[in-house]
Design a protein around this ligand. Sequence first.
Ligand SMILES: Cc1ncc(COP(=O)(O)O)c(C=O)c1O
Length: 399
Amino acid sequence: MISCGKQRAELASWARGLEQSALQQMLIATSRPGIISFALGMPAVEFFPAEALAEATACVLSVNAGVLQYSPPLQSLKQHVRELMKRRGVNCREEQIFLTAGAQQGMSLLSRLLLEPCRSVITEELIYTGFQQVLEPFQPHVLTVSTDAETGMDVDAVERHLRGGARPGFIYSITDGHNPLSVRLHPSKRARLVELAEQYRVPIIEDDAYGFLCYENPLPPLRALSERWVFYVGSFSKILAPALRVGWLVVPEELILPLSVIKEATDIDAAPLSQRIVNAYLDTGQLPGQIDMLRTQYGLRRDVMMRALAENFPDAARWMKPDCGFFAWVELPPVVDVDELFRRAIEDEHVAFIPGHAFSVNKRQGGMSSIRLNFSHPTTTQIEEGIPRLARVLKSLLS
Ligand SMILES: Cc1ncc(COP(=O)(O)O)c(C=O)c1O
């Protein structure tokens, strides 16, 4: 609430109930010094190409002071993005690329473009909380579907909603490296989901924040299957550095103009300097090597976490080996109170994670006996120390 003495400005109705999210509260609790944290979903600082980015920055700033001016989206960066999309198995044109301040802004702009107040959307029950925050101002009717641990989103349930007459503004899909569930959408479900989007003329917002970080058998994203009905969201946050705040959309060409008007209203043209730095870095040709290095290193951390879980967690716990992204999703026996596990893990063993229900769209309707563990940020040594500690608390709760 904004206050001035006893006077208070009247907030928009959707904003009146805003409070710190459960996730933010947990992140504060888990950021105490000495805690081994599997809670945050951040990239590892030690893998940022800091020197190369410093050189790119110096190179950009040495050109002339004009690089500090307001400026239109950088065309040469769009060319680089087009090449990058080819590596992801997607052919697109520069005219279909829209530069954003990260994936988060891309999804926010698309939601503003597609959602009327109270229009429905289709999402899974457990999704990235940042996207739930994007939806909040629109107060949409969220039609949720479940997620299979091995094959991803329940596409039959999506079909049931559409056949039943729902006409959502869009379907949200985290096709690869799902946050928080770490699953990837099965190839047959990819084809079916895109068919449904085309048949019912409902766009899919495909959040591909982790798509370049597949550890084995990368699959092309949904955008490779439909140019018209899949609106692709990409980002340099996980493959370069999140502080740059540079991402992109790949959308039908006619959406570029309305998106640019909405973006102008949002932040004029945020991050033109960052765009130039990313562009100068990409000019050096180092990104493919950087992505290969990240896949190797994060793949190693994932393997260390899988081994530590297998050696320490009780047999009743279940998890899949993630083939993409930053997270492991662990299902615990329903008798375990994950909130109690969270408290005791921090207090007794100084180790942190995020309880699964923090990602539930319908507040505690899913993830009640699951936890999300991040393996990108902790070192292999921290993983090897932290997982047995967490297992100790878990076993004491079970006994
Ligand atoms: C699934 C997912 N989408 C989008 C984002 C936001 O990415 P960006 O930093 O590019 O805005 C995140 C960040 O963690 C994420 O996990």
